[in-house]
Ligand binder design. Structure first.
Ligand code: 13P
Ligand code: SF4
Length: 311
């Protein structure tokens, strides 16, 4: 079969099943274009958490990486949450373990633990409150009963937050995202040289020296909002390149240049239309979180959701 025939076949089957089985398809902003285009909702980690918490669907197909689907499963314990590829992980989330976090907590008994959403359920269960790149500053500002913060696992996001919240002492776990760490100032400057008027939008998972060049530091959802609302016509995008599809689709008269073409998250790219269809047909890749872990992780996530949507 030709490629477009195969795609039409897949699309028809996906459309039929989503109605028959009352399925909600969520997709992160880094998904490949075909997957974004069939999703009921495309968004950043925080927006997808809200969608998962609010849905009346019976099944959620979560097109993203494992910690995101796990967060959805924790927030919607009565739904089936299925990830189309169980091997779509996040290397940053794997850079911290429960015993290591427990050790850090015992070294700083007065500190509150803020975990980035890019963590396993077990790490969230050990944390006081969760955050995403969209609300990390506000989450830390909401902590009033101590001035000591253990921030895990992203040292770059933690460092960025520490530059905004001056009245707290931070103990940063030394994890990082290899994709965002690969975006360097020289990449940005090369593109800026060609496009002088372009606004530089940077994800807070980037290095401090990359963040230093930003016109705006934003979550992926924040980038989409900023691109729409600002009168600027050109943007240098410092995050995973998958977001460019949506940026272009929603702003057809504007130009978006990736700072670095190789800023591609291989885990996010594991999911394609075939895998989405298989996941819809067969519930084997359901995300299951043991209830004792889920209930403690839920407390940390719900504290974050109570704080709201954006910094
Ligand atoms: P956002 O929450 O900004 O979409 O980021 C998630 C992520 O994994 C970035 O690498
Ligand atoms: Fe993890 Fe980085 Fe991929 Fe986001 S882009 S899922 S932080 S590896």
């Amino acid at each position: 079969m030709g490629e477009s025939l195969v795609n039409n076949f897949l699309l028809e089957k996906i459309h039929g099943l989503r109605i028959d089985k009352n399925i909600l398809i969520l997709a992160h902003n880094y998904m490949i274009p075909e997957v974004q285009d069939i999703a009921d909702y495309v968004g950043d980690s925080l927006e997808l958490s809200f969608q998962a918490a609010d849905t009346s669907a019976d099944i959620i197909i979560f097109c993203g990486v494992h910690f995101m689907a796990e967060t959805a499963a924790i927030l919607s314990p009565t739904k089936k949450v299925i990830i189309p590829d169980v091997n779509a992980g996040c290397p940053m989330a794997d850079m911290i373990t429960v015993p290591a976090l427990q050790m850090l907590k015992s070294e700083h008994p007065n500190a509150k633990v803020v975990c980035y959403v890019n963590t396993s359920a077990a790490i969230k269960a050990e944390s006081d409150i969760c955050c995403t790149s969209a609300n990390a500053v506000r989450v830390v500002e909401s902590i009033k009963d101590t001035d000591e913060i253990i921030f895990v696992p992203d040292k770059f996001l933690g460092n960025y937050v520490s530059t905004k919240v001056k009245d707290k002492k931070f103990f940063l776990w030394q994890g990082f995202c290899p994709v965002h760490a690969s975006i360097l100032p020289e990449h940005i400057l090369r593109v800026k040289y060609m496009h002088h008027d372009a606004k530089i939008i940077v994800h807070p998972e980037c290095r401090p020296e990359t963040i230093a060049l930003a016109d705006a530091v934003l979550s992926t959802g924040g980038m989409l909002k900023y691109a729409k609302e600002t009168p600027a016509r050109e943007f240098i995008v410092c995050t995973e390149t998958g977001i460019i599809h949506r940026l272009k689709k929603e702003n057809p008269r504007k130009e978006f240049y990736p700072a670095y073409h190789d800023a591609i998250c291989p885990n996010m790219k594991r999911i394609n239309l075939e895998k989405v269809l298989w996941a819809m047909e067969d519930k084997d890749s359901q995300i299951l979180v043991p209830e004792d872990v889920a209930s403690r992780a839920r407390t940390a996530i719900e504290r974050m959701l109570a704080i709201g949507r954006e910094d």
